[in-house]
Design a protein around this ligand. Structure first.
Ligand SMILES: [Zn+2]
Length: 362
């Protein structure tokens, strides 16, 4: 083995590990152990590549859209799902949150893409340029095909028998994979490849955010969640109409302060955004502040007019229990809204989210 080959292997793996961190950063309610993700990436990658290679031995493939969907797509995606089913023993104890299905199958897909990249780069005259290119398109592509199966598998294992969801998810994954490859195979349409790629990635991110909205591991918002920090913050309480100072409070990356006079919590715009990402992951933050009744410079977020957003200071002011209820209602509404989107809603529902409606009250 030459030095270049070793460089290729090390770089491909290093890029894989960076992507693994990125995947893990989306798993923010209960992060999976990094070592388990690494194991799934390596073992899952090797296993799914071996299974696919074995299948290709029996199935000759032509480079056209039909074979891309019904041969390449089906073979490689089923291999990833089988790898997840076989390696399930390793992650059995950790497999306890609806996003875990997507997280672990993404790790397997990542492993698959890394191994594939290494082999393609071995054969290339410009291995590092190719690696750079494939690390964006191929790696993110592979991850974007397979999340559907991870979700369906989690529901099947943990929530409700879900053979329909599993079949549908394999179909969707093969279709996504086939479209991606197909647009590359047919040079007449290859100009549109970027759009297909982008659409697949966006759809997968949307699925992930939707599924986060259904998570069972989200902490309930209340006073005991926050830790008192050492530094003192200065802010404005629009309930007391006073400038106030108080000790900084934090819950993970979310920082805020509590008005010492009325006890209302005060979040600046940045931390309000973080709070909303946590409690309404499927929402976009601006949506909550749109079309609200306003009183001078203050947006009123609830009927009792206790939760207020001050447009001058760009800060939110609210009693914590009322805020918790508002965020919960907001998340429930998001889930409902997404399941009612034409085409995408029923697809997500039949992948398995229809079984989560009652299972998840928080
Ligand atoms: Zn106050």
């Amino acid at each position: 083995m030459e030095l270049t080959d070793i460089f290729i292997i090390v770089s491909a793996m290093a890029i894989g590990i960076v992507f693994l961190w990125a995947i893990r950063s989306y798993d923010f309610y209960e992060k999976e152990p990094f070592i388990k993700l690494l194991l799934m990436m390596f073992l899952g990658g090797i296993l799914s590549v071996l299974l696919s290679t074995a299948a290709y031995y029996f199935v000759p493939v032509k480079y056209n859209i039909f074979d891309a969907i019904f041969k390449i797509g089906l073979i490689e995606e089923i291999s990833k799902l089988l790898a997840l089913m076989i390696l399930y023993l390793i992650i059995k104890k950790n497999f306890n949150e609806i996003v875990d299905g997507i997280v672990y199958i993404s790790a397997i897909s990542l492993g698959f893409a890394v191994i594939e990249n290494i082999f393609y780069c071995f054969q290339s005259d410009e291995p590092f340029l190719l690696l750079l290119h494939r690390s964006v398109f191929s790696v993110m592509g592979h991850i974007s095909f397979s999340g559907y199966m991870g979700l369906a598998f989690y529901i099947h294992k943990k929530v409700h028998r879900n053979y329909t969801g599993l079949l549908l998810s394999i179909g969707l994954a093969a279709l996504a994979h086939g479209f991606y490859d197909g647009f590359l195979f047919h040079y007449e349409v290859s100009d549109f490849f970027q759009f297909v790629f982008l659409a697949l990635v966006i759809l997968q991110l949307f699925l992930l955010r939707t599924v986060l909205g259904f998570s069972e591991r989200r902490a309930f918002l209340n006073e005991s969640l926050f830790q008192i920090r050492t530094n003192t913050l200065f802010g404005h309480c629009c309930h007391c109409k006073n400038d106030v100072k108080a000790k900084e409070l934090s819950f993970g990356k979310i920082h805020c302060m509590q008005c010492p006079q009325c006890g209302y919590y005060i979040f600046d715009e940045e931390n309000l955004a973080r709070l909303l990402v946590y409690y309404c992951p499927a929402n976009n933050y601006k949506r909550l502040l749109k079309n609200l009744p306003r009183y001078h410079n203050i947006l009123l977020l609830d009927e009792a007019q206790k939760i207020r957003f001050n447009l001058n200071d760009k800060c939110l002011n609210a009693p914590i229990d009322e805020l918790a209820q508002l965020l919960q209602a907001c998340n429930r509404a998001d889930r409902q809204r997404i399941l009612e989107i034409p085409l995408i809603g029923p697809l997500f529902a039949f992948l398995g989210l229809r079984f989560m409606q009652d299972a998840n009250k928080v």
